[in-house]
Design a protein around this ligand. Structure first.
Ligand code: NI
Length: 194
């Protein structure tokens, strides 16, 4: 098990455009996927992208683990590995929603995303995968794929005022407070990338 250090906002490596996976030995790719899984689970995250653990390759992981306690109304997302993902919006509808990120601990911001997207990629076994998704699933995959282009959620705020520490946003009533949660849990479980 390898739980790796997460890079945080300000680290220039998070701003790189990651490279397509090609000619990467299977063993190296398998190790990367395992490291992403171990690191994401250790932080109870909903997703993680390879550049967040310092690997500039176009690989993301998200979902798994059943219902997220911070999003009890959201359908669970199956655990998904995407290699060289390509996203295409379906329709023109946008949706605002609060996001966090393990690379931006403790903070949340409101971000506009495509409501529905199609994604195509290779899966963990290098087999083609294609899905059309909406809502929370669509938001998560857009957030993760942004990391591959060096984009983090604070770059996409709909309003600079809709950004801040989770505890402050909860106290202000901007984000619903989850009963029995504490700051420690909030900084991990709630992060959609995180
Ligand atoms: Ni993130």
């Amino acid at each position: 098990m390898s739980v790796l250090e997460l890079l945080r906002l300000g680290n220039p490596l998070l701003r790189q455009v990651s490279k397509e996976v090609s000619d990467v030995p299977d063993a190296m790719l398998s190790q990367l996927i395992e490291d992403l899984q171990d690191t994401m689970e250790a932080h109870q995250g909903a997703g993680l992208a390879a550049p967040q653990i310092g690997v500039p390759l176009r690989v993301v992981l998200f979902g798994g683990g059943g219902l997220n306690p911070r999003y009890p109304d959201e359908m669970p997302i199956p655990q998904t590995v995407l290699i060289n993902p390509v996203l295409t919006p379906i329709g023109v509808d946008l949706e605002d929603g609060w996001e966090g990120c393990l690379s931006v601990p403790g903070l949340r911001g409101k971000v506009s995303r495509w409501r529905r997207v199609r994604y195509r990629a290779l899966d963990a076994n290098s087999q083609p995968i294609e899905r059309c998704v909406d809502g929370f699933h669509a938001r998560v995959v857009q957030h993760e794929c942004d990391h591959l282009d060096g984009v983090l959620f604070p770059d996409r705020l709909v309003d600079p005022a809709a950004f801040g520490f989770l505890s402050e946003l909860e106290a202000a009533g901007l984000i619903a407070k989850v009963p029995n949660s504490n700051e420690e849990a909030d900084t991990s479980i709630n992060n959609i990338c995180t």
